[in-house]
Design a protein. Structure first.
Length: 339
C-alpha cells in the first residue's frame, strides 16, 4: 500500500513538473485549444507557434522581453507582459473577425475541382523575418482521385532583404527567398493518404472546425554534409482545417498551414542557424469544371511583384506583412510590380 502510494505521489510530481514546461493557449469563449498562435518578441522576432494542442514551450520565452505580441488568424489579438504569458493556461479572444465561408460556384459533377484562395509565405532566420510573399492562387485537383494537378498563382507581391550578404559562408545573413512558395497540398482532399506514410497524425475537434496535424522529422541524430554546408534537425508540421464533423473532402477544406524547420550552417561556422518557413493558404472559392485552365495565371518570380489590384487591402485577406512592417519598417523592400 505504501509502495503504491509512493508511486502515485511521484507520478503526480513528475506530471506537474513536465506539464509546467509548457503554456497552453485556449479560447476564452469555448475553452478549446488554439493552434497556430504566433508569438512575437518586442524586437519582431517570432519566438514560437502553438501546436494543435495550443501549446508552446516556456523555454522559448525570455523574461528580458518587455512585451509579447500574439497573432492569430493573421491578426494581432493580444500584447502581454512576461508575467501575463508565463502561465500554464492563457485565455485569448480568438474571434476578432468572422470566418469567411468558401463560395461554391458550381456543384455539378466534373473532371476537376478548382480551389481559389489567398496565400502568404515567409521565412525567418533565428526568429527574424528574412523574406515574405503573399497573393491569390488557384489549385486544380482531379475530382476523381483528389490528386493535385497544378498550382497557379494569379497575383502576388514579394518583399526581400535590402542588402543581403554576398558571403556564402555567413549563412545567417543570406537571402532565403528560394524557400518562398505556396503549401503543396498533395493530399488535402484525401487525408487517409497520410496514414500510409511515416508521419504522426493528431486531430482536434473544435466548436467551429476540425483540424488535422501531420508531423514528421529527419536528421535528428546526425547532420548531413552537402557542398560545404551542414544540415540538421529537419522537421515539418502540416495543419489542415475542415468543416466541423465533415468527411474531410475538398468541399470541406477551410485552411492549410505548413511550418518547416531546418538547422543550417557553413562548415566554417561554429553554430547552426535556425531556419523556419511558414506557408499558408485560405480558400475563398470552389468550382467544379471540365476545364483545368486557370485564367490570369502568372509565374511566381521572386525578383518582382505581379498584381493588378490592391488585393491585400481586403479586410478578409491574410496580410501578415502589416504585422511585420510594424516591427521592421523598411527592413524588407517590396520588389517592383511588373504587371
Amino acid at each position: 500500500m505504501k509502495k503504491s502510494y509512493l508511486l502515485n505521489f511521484l507520478f503526480i510530481i513528475f506530471f506537474s513538473i513536465f506539464n509546467a514546461q509548457s503554456i497552453s493557449f485556449v479560447s476564452e469563449k469555448t475553452g478549446q485549444p488554439l493552434p497556430k498562435v504566433v508569438v512575437f518578441g518586442n524586437d519582431g522576432n517570432i519566438l514560437a507557434t502553438s501546436d494543435i494542442d495550443g501549446k508552446i514551450e516556456k523555454s522559448t520565452l525570455s523574461q528580458d522581453q518587455e512585451k509579447f505580441q500574439l497573432v492569430y488568424d493573421n491578426i494581432s489579438i493580444a500584447t502581454l507582459s512576461f508575467n501575463e504569458i508565463n502561465k500554464d493556461v492563457v485565455k485569448l479572444n480568438d474571434r476578432v473577425k468572422e470566418i469567411e465561408a468558401v463560395v461554391i460556384k458550381n456543384n455539378k459533377p466534373a473532371k476537376y475541382v478548382l480551389v481559389k484562395g489567398n496565400f502568404n509565405a515567409y521565412l525567418t532566420v533565428n526568429g527574424k523575418l528574412n523574406c515574405y510573399v503573399d497573393g491569390i492562387a488557384t489549385y486544380v485537383f482531379d475530382n476523381k482521385t483528389k490528386k493535385l494537378k497544378s498550382t497557379n498563382v494569379q497575383q502576388y507581391r514579394v518583399f526581400r532583404l535590402e542588402n543581403p550578404s554576398t558571403d556564402r559562408k555567413k549563412t545567417g545573413l543570406l537571402d532565403y527567398n528560394a524557400f518562398l512558395d505556396l503549401p503543396k497540398l498533395p493530399n488535402v482532399g484525401n487525408i487517409e493518404e497520410y496514414k500510409n506514410k511515416k508521419a504522426t497524425i493528431k486531430e482536434l475537434k473544435g466548436n467551429t472546425k476540425d483540424e488535422i496535424e501531420i508531423s514528421g522529422s529527419a536528421l535528428q541524430e546526425k547532420e548531413m554534409a552537402l557542398f560545404g554546408y551542414r544540415l540538421y534537425d529537419i522537421k515539418s508540421l502540416i495543419n489542415h482545417s475542415y468543416e466541423k464533423d465533415s468527411k474531410k473532402d475538398l468541399r470541406d477544406f477551410l485552411e492549410s498551414n505548413e511550418i518547416g524547420y531546418i538547422k543550417f550552417k557553413h562548415k566554417s561556422e561554429p553554430d547552426y542557424n535556425q531556419l523556419i518557413s511558414y506557408k499558408n493558404f485560405y480558400p475563398t472559392e470552389l468550382d467544379f469544371s471540365d476545364d483545368n485552365d486557370v485564367e490570369g495565371k502568372v509565374k511566381l518570380n521572386k525578383d518582382n511583384s505581379n498584381y493588378s489590384s490592391n488585393y491585400w487591402q481586403d479586410a478578409s485577406f491574410p496580410n501578415m506583412q502589416a504585422i511585420f512592417s510594424s516591427f521592421f519598417k523598411e527592413y524588407l523592400k517590396e520588389k517592383e510590380n511588373k504587371k
